[in-house]
Design a protein. Structure first.
Length: 113
């Protein structure tokens, strides 16, 4: 698993035939066969702001690739007459504060700062 320091962040072959995430300085613990080498990480700040502003509509989860969760947030928000939007607000804050449960997107790629 040797990659020059000049390589940009992305998915690379780690030498064993498996694709592993390179963050630009070190190999990540995330491995995947599904994500292509050109996959760009999602922005943590963008996801957090979407969660705070439009969290009731699940926009941040659509952005991160969690489609089923996003649809569930829409349904909960509708059935609770908007009170369910607090769920998205809390998730947006957790994303921005780098809570360990909210550090990756649906493909397992770490969110970029």
């Amino acid at each position: 698993m040797t990659t020059p320091e000049t390589q940009p962040a992305g998915w690379y072959d780690d030498g064993s035939g498996q694709q592993r995430w390179w963050d630009g300085t070190q190999w990540g613990q995330y491995a995947s066969q599904a994500a292509p080498a050109t996959y760009q990480p999602k922005s943590r700040v963008a996801a957090g702001i979407l969660g705070i502003l439009l969290g009731g509509f699940g926009v941040h989860n659509f952005y991160l690739g969690y489609t089923n969760k996003a649809i569930l947030q829409i349904v909960v928000t509708i059935f609770t007459c908007g009170i369910g939007s607090l769920w998205g607000l809390v998730e947006g804050i957790l994303i921005l504060t780098k809570n360990p449960s909210y550090l990756t997107d649906a493909n397992g790629v770490p969110l970029a700062d």
